[in-house]
Write a protein that binds this ligand. Structure first.
Ligand code: ARG
Length: 591
């Protein structure tokens, strides 16, 4: 099935051609003045110069040719030469009937699906997840699903921070507290215990503690560095201890991500590429790309056109230790060799932009990956509190992700309990579902690169541009459909699919929204922009609710009219559900 706007543009293009102009001028978009028209075409303005003619005249000639079109009902030319267009109800009807029948509502499948790796989540082992991790997880998951819905292969990789100084710090503190453990005994040759000598809560206390000490205590810091290095070199006891840290921490992460309906195909980390680093470094040296600078190994990545300085990429420190950039580069090499992706998308805090500029340049320069593969940095802004400051400061009151989610769950449960008398168990499940929508929609409805304010009261409201409002709309539709089926004395009755011509402007607006689904999804894919889906479902929900408030659906006496409306509702529900699934949340049966 063609894309809706392409179809409208073709129809207008034919009129341009019939009037003797280039058909490409017929591009149609949503009207910038919805009070005047539904759609518009600015082609006459673009053609004026080319054809040495007043745009108004061109527009009039084109409008003339559009008379009798099956697609457009009224065509109006306004000065200086805009063509304002309204579509025919019968056209919308046939479009929706077609959409209903097709897979993905008629959205095209890519001829050659691309392979896309999404690097998101990026939590650090031994540190609790905090609100700063929310965005990478939520946006990354949505982007992965957008790419999949488009028809590409998407691989989600968590890229754990499991190899840096933080591991050395935790190990050092454990050594101070429990020097008797076999992991620290150089002469120990036996099997190490299966059980970790700590819990996840221990780890979460140990890391910030060790990190604090190392900031003031130089000897402690040096010990941590030495332990990091020994770990990376493969010292047996430290590796065994490190494995425990990973296992304990990852089990906890899995639980946290599951609560967010976020899941990864790969649980790789910085450590995964440890053995690739020497090979990569050799390649960089042999190719003459890396050189020594003050004992360290670096790759120059500045370019003549840089307006801001892009410092060299440090590959190895003077003590031979690998850095954040080193593991990211080796990961690119591994991904290239294993999956040969068409694109890698990094969903990371936008403050890391320079790191990725350096990494991408170094990767290309050293031939780790070719130009045919796209490397995309999708940087996101900060989550702020109502005071406009970061929701959590690094050492100030740490807002754990878990706590945040629990608070919102509880708030939602209160609301749901007072709204209806739903059995407690269902209320709890529903509250979790609605809370997740509140959090995710609250985040995703903002353009990723912008900072936003985490406003719990606003996010959890059942009214306005919120997740719960969208769910409420879906639940409302479900309930009407259910009542309709009950009125047939058959709860399992198939719903009618005969969408009819619109009978009111509200109904027509709803139908136009639905018709634009594919175009919107394509756009969200091209721009990797979940917020476009949010804006779409918000408008769709508003238009549905206006239609609903102005129409007595179930008490309609004309059976065919009623069936047409029910079909329209069923399609609206399917599209809303598809959208929220792509965004990574779901709707309850009632709320
Ligand atoms: N662990 C990193 C951090 O906390 C984020 C990882 C982002 N992904 C990457 N490939 N570098 O800052």
């Amino acid at each position: 099935m063609k894309q809706f706007f392409d179809y409208l543009s073709e129809e207008t293009g034919k009129a341009f051609a019939a009037a003797g102009y280039d058909a490409a001028l017929g591009k149609v978009s949503v009207s910038a003045r919805p009070d005047l028209a539904e759609y518009q075409c600015n082609g006459a303005m673009a053609g004026a110069k080319r054809y040495h003619k007043a745009p108004f005249m061109i527009a009039q000639e084109v409008a003339q040719k559009l008379q009798g079109s099956d697609v457009f009902a009224d065509v109006n030319v306004v000065k200086p030469g805009f063509i304002n267009l309204n579509v025919k109800g019968s056209f919308l009807q046939s479009w929706l009937l077609q959409m209903q029948k097709e897979q993905k509502f008629g959205m095209a499948q890519p001829e050659k699906p691309r392979k896309v790796i999404i690097d998101y989540g990026g939590p650090n082992v031994a540190k609790p997840l905090h609100v700063g991790h929310l965005r990478s997880a939520v946006i990354g998951e949505a982007v992965k699903r957008i790419v999949r819905y488009h028809g590409d292969t998407a691989i989600g990789d968590i890229h754990l921070g499991d190899w840096g100084l933080q591991m050395g710090l935790v190990i050092t503190e454990l050594q101070h507290r429990h020097p008797e453990l076999p992991y620290f005994d150089e002469s120990y040759t036996g099997e190490y215990p299966k059980e970790a000598p700590f819990t996840v809560s221990d780890l979460e206390e140990i890391y910030p503690y060790a990190s604090g000490i190392s900031k003031t205590d130089e000897a402690y810091h040096a010990e941590a560095l030495a332990n990091t290095h020994a770990l990376q070199e493969g010292k047996r006891g430290l590796r065994a201890l490190w494995k425990h840290i990973i296992n304990v921490s990852v089990a906890d992460m899995k639980r946290n991500y599951a609560a967010l309906n976020v899941d990864f195909d790969l649980w790789n980390g910085e450590s995964t590429v440890n053995d690739i680093i020497p090979v990569m470094v050799r390649q960089m040296k042999d190719g003459g790309f890396a050189h020594e600078s003050q004992g360290a190994l670096v790759v120059d990545v500045s370019e003549p056109d840089d307006t801001k300085e892009v410092p060299p990429c440090m590959i190895l420190k003077s003590d031979g230790a690998a850095l954040y950039t080193t593991t990211d580069l080796a990961t690119i090499k591994m991904r290239k060799d294993m999956d040969d992706p068409d694109q890698i998308i990094y969903v990371v805090d936008k403050r890391q932009e320079l790191h990725f500029v350096q990494t991408f340049r170094a990767a290309r320069k050293c031939g780790l990956i070719g130009d045919e593969a796209k490397l995309t940095f999708l940087g996101f802004g900060t989550v702020n509190g109502k005071d406009g400051k970061p929701f959590k400061t690094r050492d100030g009151g740490v807002m754990r992700l878990e706590t945040l989610i629990r608070d919102i769950d509880e708030q939602m449960l209160e609301k749901i309990r007072t709204n209806k008398d739903i059995p407690e168990e269902e209320a709890e499940k529903t509250a979790k579902q609605v809370a997740l929508a509140a959090i995710k929609y609250g985040d995703l409805s903002n353009q990723a690169s912008k900072d936003y304010i985490f406003d719990t009261d606003k996010f959890t409201s059942f009214e306005g541009d919120t997740g719960p409002y969208i769910l409420y709309t879906i639940v409302r539709i479900k309930s009407i459909l259910k009542k309709y089926q009950e009125s047939l004395q058959n709860a399992a009755a198939a719903l009618p699919d005969a969408v009819a011509e619109p009978k009111s402007s509200a109904e027509k607006a709803l139908m136009r929204d639905l018709a634009g689904f594919g175009a919107m999804m394509e756009n969200a894919y091209e721009e990797l922009a979940p917020h476009k889906i949010c804006a779409y479902i918000y408008q769709l929900s508003n238009d549905f609710n206006s239609f609903y408030h102005g129409t007595r659906i179930l008490s309609e006496e004309d059976e065919n009219t009623k069936k047409g409306w029910i079909a329209l509702l069923a399609l609206t529900e399917r599209i809303l559900n598809t959208c929220i699934d792509v965004l990574g949340f779901s709707a309850p049966e009632r709320m």
